[in-house]
Design a protein around this ligand. Structure first.
Ligand code: FMN
Length: 209
């Protein structure tokens, strides 16, 4: 087995290090973050950092890269207070990846990358019509990480999902929705149906359902 130390990682060439470290968390969720500027210009960017922070109230986090250069997603969600997370459909991985290109603020990644912006229920941020599951969030809190990245904590205000993705017990069938997941900064994966287990209790080895 290969052993890499912190010193090895520090000494790697920049892109090699970036590739390696981005893969370390394992498979990550694939979301498109939709926002709008005060003048109505829309913005869309692929993010793999979405994470669950609590269910009651429903809280999700995303991590934005250092805001030392203009980050349109960050600027927009700061000004409107709202943003959307939209699951990346595996069938649209190519377009989703394209949203990560450094487009100018005057260019909407919705149009440029082939997604449709839809506004729902008076929410100020655009959703992706092609996504099987979309979430409307309001920025609640910003937590600065010492390396310049920022954890943005949002409260879930709206969820829209296709019926086939919601099981009777409230769990989501993400495979049925065709949602992709991400490895590193370059891999998009189709997902197989899961092996599922009930609530684990000591002394009761889980049995697949
Ligand atoms: C697979 C993948 C995952 C990404 N995840 C994030 C992320 O979690 N946070 C982030 O700030 N940027 C992430 N990016 C980079 C943004 O997509 C990219 O910086 C984009 O241009 C931001 O657009 P904006 O300036 O319009 O906000 C990711 C890029 C790729 C290819």
């Amino acid at each position: 087995m290969r052993h890499l130390t912190a010193a090895d990682i520090k000494n790697f060439e920049r892109i090699y290090r970036l590739n390696l470290v981005n893969g370390l968390p394992g498979f990550k969720p694939a979301n498109l973050v939709g926002t709008a500027a005060p003048d109505g210009a829309t913005n869309l960017a692929v993010f793999s950092s979405a994470l669950h922070l609590g269910s009651d109230p429903a809280l999700l986090g995303i991590v934005t890269r250092p805001t030392t250069v203009p980050r349109h997603t960050y600027q927009n969600l700061k000004s409107s207070g709202c943003y959307t997370l939209n699951h990346v459909p595996m069938a649209l991985a190519t377009q989703a990846h394209y949203t990560s290109a450094d487009f100018g603020p005057e260019i909407s990644e919705f149009e440029e990358c082939g997604f449709t912006a839809v506004y729902r229920d008076d929410f100020p941020a655009p959703y992706v019509a092609e996504s099987a599951l979309s979430i409307g969030l309001r920025l609640r809190e910003e937590l600065a990480i010492h390396n310049g990245t920022v954890l943005l904590v949002g409260t879930v205000e709206h969820v829209y999902l296709r019926e086939e993705g919601l099981r009777d017990d409230g769990t989501l069938d993400l495979a049925a929705l065709g949602t992709a997941c991400i490895s590193g900064l370059d891999g998009y994966h189709e997902v197989l149906p899961p092996v599922r287990f009930g609530y684990a209790r000591p002394g009761q080895p889980p049995v697949a359902q």
